[in-house]
Design a protein around this ligand. Structure first.
Ligand code: URA
Length: 211
């Protein structure tokens, strides 16, 4: 799948394809396919999450939509001028992203929210192709260490040269990479990622794009 950034028919990861089939049998109304990137095709802000959540993106078909992880993310996108509404409810709610797009390092729902290394690697060519569509001056926001490492791999760079750190800005050859802890329910409930911390990261992204 050389240049494509997304393939709704992809079944390259046997474990994930079988898992999607079994979840679909249990929840026939759920989307249960690889979840496409959402937002502006020409966006200068690309937010990279981990993988669809069972009752969120895997149900709705839109990244971070329908579960807890998306609440803070869409609120921030709206607050900093990247979204027309502060909530993402469903694929047909009319919400639009402005100069922003959301994608996942792994496009299919993984068991226990945990893709294995081989699955992250298999899905990596889609991410690599998507990163290549970015305009000069773009900012990529990695949500969590797995997304961060998937981005470094997709760029063919050495992990040891770019360590994940919350609110750390990395200057890569093709774009700026800004890291944040993932906005998961666990991280927000435990206070590892507070609303203020996340707002500071978005303020930085806004500043980088505006200057
Ligand atoms: N939903 C997504 O689409 N991605 C995540 O990383 C978490 C929830």
């Amino acid at each position: 799948m050389a240049e494509t950034i997304f393939d709704i028919d992809c079944r390259d990861c046997p474990r994930l394809a079988e898992f999607l089939d079994s979840v679909n049998a249990r929840y026939p109304d759920y989307y249960c396919r690889p979840v496409p990137p959402f937002g502006d095709a020409k966006a200068r802000l690309l937010v990279v999450g981990l993988a669809p959540g069972m009752h969120g993106a895997n149900r709705s078909g839109r990244p971070f939509t329908g579960d807890h992880a998306g609440i803070l993310l869409y609120r921030m996108l709206h607050r900093f001028g990247f979204a027309t509404a502060d909530e993402s409810l469903s694929v047909d709610d009319g919400l639009e992203l402005q100069d922003a797009r959301i994608t996942n390092a792994v496009k299919c729902l993984p068991p226990d929210n945990k893709p294995v290394g081989a699955e992250i690697n298999t899905c990596n060519s889609y991410l690599a192709n998507e990163l290549q569509t970015l305009a000069p001056g773009s900012v990529v926001l990695a949500l969590g260490g797995i997304a961060h490492r998937a981005i470094i791999k997709a760029c063919g760079l050495r992990q040891a040269d770019y360590k994940f750190g919350h609110a750390t800005l990395h200057t890569l050859p093709e774009f700026r990479l800004l890291d944040s802890y993932h906005c998961s329910r666990y991280n927000t409930n435990t206070g590892r990622l507070t609303e203020e911390m996340f707002a500071d990261v978005f303020a930085e992204a806004r500043k980088l794009l505006d200057n």
